[in-house]
Write a protein that binds this ligand. Structure first.
Ligand code: SAH
Ligand code: MG
Length: 218
């Protein structure tokens, strides 16, 4: 990870430990020559800096990262929940808006040419998506419905030999919520389309070993 961009990643608000960010950088750098990367769950752009750093380092005009978020926060970001941050609330609307924070993070890091924000609900965007992905990073809503939608809507777009990276995977319920583990990680393996290649913290890296982008899994 280039030192100048690591500084920006560390400074950004968000939920990405540096070792797991470094994992994103390393895999994205290796995969970007084969097609775009897509992230679900932008928040304020912390993980997008690690991915965007890989796009910059890849040094190819087509090396780009799409990052999808409605920017209204997940359940656990809402007022009264564990991960609520009052500074993210738009005072006029009284609702969370992380988009301006993302914009500042990416501009300050000099990554506007490499990281493209897609603003909308994940399921709405995936329903219209048709582009094979070299790497898909799922770090969006952790409720049952968003997890199901992210898996069903995005995982089929991972190209053969491409990677599906999932955050907040907790095999032990004592460590965290169930949906990323039960509704994304386990079904991906059970489909036979993916095999695990690496685990670090709550990150799991799976490789597509069966089917092409756009094919049904399993
Ligand atoms: N990757 C970020 C953290 C993402 S937090 C980092 O590195 O810090 C999860 C994000 O997913 C939140 O910003 C929330 O708005 C978004 N999200 C949750 N459910 C969503 C959905 N159904 N569609 C789009 N975005 C969603
Ligand atoms: Mg996460």
């Amino acid at each position: 990870m280039p030192a100048d961009l690591l500084e920006h990643a560390l400074a950004a608000k968000g939920f990405m430990p540096p070792e797991e960010g470094a994992l994103l950088f390393r895999h994205a750098l290796q995969r970007l020559p084969h097609g775009p990367v897509l992230e679900v769950g932008t928040y304020c752009g912390k993980s997008a800096v690690y991915l965007g750093a890989a796009a910059r380092e890849a040094g190819e005009p087509g090396a780009v990262v799409f990052t999808v978020d409605h920017h209204r926060g997940s359940e656990e970001n809402q007022a009264g929940w564990e991960h609520h941050d009052t500074t993210l609330v738009d005072p006029d609307l009284g609702r969370i808006d992380t988009l301006p924070f993302f914009r500042r993070t990416i501009a300050a890091a000099g990554l506007e040419e490499h990281v493209v924000a897609v603003v909308g609900r994940s399921g709405t965007v995936s329903a219209h998506w048709r582009t094979p992905l070299s790497l898909l990073f799922i770090d969006g809503g952790h409720g049952e419905q968003p997890a199901r939608e992210d898996f069903a809507g995005w995982a089929p777009w991972v190209a053969y030999d491409g990677l599906l990276v999932v955050h907040d995977v907790f095999p032990d319920p004592a460590d965290g919520g169930r949906p990323p583990y039960e509704l994304i990680y386990l079904p991906a393996l059970a489909s036979g389309a993916f095999e695990e290649v690496e685990a670090l913290g709550s990150m799991r890296v799976l490789r597509r070993v069966r089917g092409e982008a756009g094919d049904a899994l399993g």
